[in-house]
Design a binder for this molecule. Structure first.
Ligand code: ADP
Ligand code: GLC
Length: 500
């Protein structure tokens, strides 16, 4: 039986392909830093495992070599460094970095090359992450520290539970968190043996998915438990279309699937202390927000006008995010008292269309293509209303940032957006929970109607302020969700027959 103190302090290896501020392409990066930090505050011994991309190796301070791996012929030689990821002045998270120059030391993105194409060796790059995650989570580990739980995140670490399944010694229990089912890590079948998995794993009851090897399916199939990043998404993925082909497997494991909503790092996303914004503000001096609006309008080249509602969006540009619908309604917006500022990068066609839009409506629509952390803070602070027309959204973070900044969001009613934004209606106004607007049908007309609804609301200053304050007063910190993960870790640890 575990003692009460071991129950409280599980050892967890958090395996991820990105972690803010070292490397981030989206919300996974934010979550991979903030959640482990919040868990450490709850005294869980959580450590991160990350590939050694150039930005990771140059971004950390002191590091020391703690192990070397010789996994040929499946992987090139690799070294394991130990370091600390500094999250804030008082919190840091122990970090293991896989140094494998052949797979990670290159210019370009984490997943894509300079031409926006997947790296051709991604199966090996993230196979190695998964493989080393499994080794560290077993009695074959070269380290003295052996986790009770390996916490896998998305397809990049999806093979860890598969490797562990085929390990005959003692091993950690595995938890698979699904941040986005649209990315599954599918590769040709010959990768199975190339990555050192037994041929027998290539079956419907294993890593095989419609004739290919799927990292994500492997994770879902072999992990002891599966979580999603919001409760609504946990339900949505057990059906079509949001199961993306995995709905049958997920529904079959429904007792092991649950949703824990993401939190946000409220130290980084706080308008009262944000170093990036023109004027700090809080619920006590909300009027100071208007300086940020004027500064933003000046910065991005919009007409400086404090009275006109300023709508904003910050996003990866992909089909998921629904910016094609935003493109359809944008010209209509220019006939209303409204401005629009957008920050994003991704799909090159969408990037081009957005730039054309800004050229067509100068002073009314501003578009910044690229990835700009500082500007994203200034947009959250300066805008009046945040737009998130995502077709699907496992959780979404920006709608939470925007609520903290007194910038009520308009969201498509899907996934985590349902769980984190409260639609304005008479009931939610009365109980002071209303914090934004939902729209249900995913089409331009419905989206536009909701924008008009927001503009009407904005013209009632008292009502708008209530909406802003309701959002700013909500607790989006990781506290509750980190506790939920901790309980789950403890349950998994207790039920693991291999470790005491
Ligand atoms: P996803 O992970 O699907 O992209 P999330 O809403 O969970 O969506 O997280 C996106 C994160 O990436 C947020 O922190 C958001 O502010 C940030 N982000 C996305 N695009 C940009 C950009 N172009 N510049 C700065 N930050 C961005
Ligand atoms: C994914 C999802 C997003 C979620 C993020 C972090 O990228 O698209 O909704 O917030 O992961 O969990």
């Amino acid at each position: 039986m575990p003692t009460s103190s071991s129950r409280k302090h599980p050892k967890v290896l958090f395996i991820t392909s990105e972690a803010f501020p070292l490397c981030k392409t989206g919300g996974l990066g934010d979550v991979s830093a903030a959640l482990p930090a919040a868990l450490r505050e709850l005294k869980a011994d959580v450590r991160l495992l990350l590939p050694g991309y150039p930005a990771v190796l140059s971004g950390i301070g002191h590091k020391r070599k703690v192990a070397a791996f010789n996994l040929q012929p499946h992987f090139p030689p690799a070294v394991l460094y130990s370091a600390q990821l500094q999250i804030s002045e008082s919190v840091s998270v122990p970090l293991y970095i896989i140094h494998c120059p052949e797979l990670y030391q290159r210019t370009g993105g984490i997943y894509l090359d300079d031409h926006g194409q997947d790296w051709p060796d991604n199966a090996q790059r993230f196979g190695l992450l998964s493989r080393i995650g499994a080794l560290l989570g077993s009695d074959a580990s070269p380290l003295a520290w052996i986790p009770d739980i390996v916490h896998c995140n998305d397809w990049q670490s999806g093979l860890t539970p598969a490797y562990l399944h085929y390990h005959s010694g003692k091993k950690a229990a595995s938890l698979m968190t699904l941040h986005n089912l649209a990315f599954q890590g599918c590769f040709p079948p010959e990768e199975v043996t190339q990555l050192g998995l037994p041929l027998g794993s290539f079956s419907m009851h294993g890593v095989e998915y419609y004739g290919n090897l799927s990292f994500l399916k492997a994770g879902i199939y072999y992990a002891a438990r599966i979580t999603t990043v919001s409760p609504t998404y946990a339900q949505e993925i057990q059906q079509e279309p949001l199961g993306f082909g995995l709905q049958g497997l997920l529904a079959g494991r429904s007792e092991d699937v649950s949703g824990i909503v993401n939190g946000i790092d409220t130290a980084i996303w706080n308008p009262a202390s944000d170093p990036y914004i023109a004027r700090k503000y809080s619920t006590q001096n909300l009027t100071a927000k208007k300086f940020n609006k004027l500064a933003l309008q000046r910065e991005v080249g919009l007409e400086e006008n404090g009275a006109i509602p300023l709508f904003a969006g910050i996003s990866r540009l992909s089909y998921q995010k629904g910016y094609d619908i935003l493109l359809q309604i944008a010209p209509m917006l220019t006939h209303l008292p409204a401005q629009l500022v957008l920050l994003g990068s991704g799909d090159s066609q969408l990037e081009k269309q957005l730039l054309t839009l800004a050229q067509t409506y100068p002073g009314k629509i501003a578009v910044h293509i690229g990835y700009d952390e500082a500007l994203s803070h200034r947009i959250n602070a300066g805008a009046d209303c945040f737009l998130m027309p995502s077709r699907f959204e496992p959780c979404g973070l920006n709608q939470m940032y925007s609520q903290c900044y007194g910038t009520p969001p308009i969201v498509h009613a899907t996934g985590g957006l349902i769980d984190t934004v409260v639609d304005l209606n008479t009931e939610t106004l009365a109980d002071r929970t209303a914090s934004g607007f939902h729209f249900h049908a995913m089409d331009a007309d419905t989206f536009m109607r909701t924008i008009r609804r927001a503009i009407d609301t904005y013209s009632n200053a008292g009502l708008w302020k209530t909406l802003q304050l309701n959002g700013m007063n909500r607790d989006f910190s990781w506290k509750a969700s980190a506790s939920a993960y901790l309980s789950l870790y403890c349950r998994l640890k207790q039920s693991n027959v291999f470790f005491d």
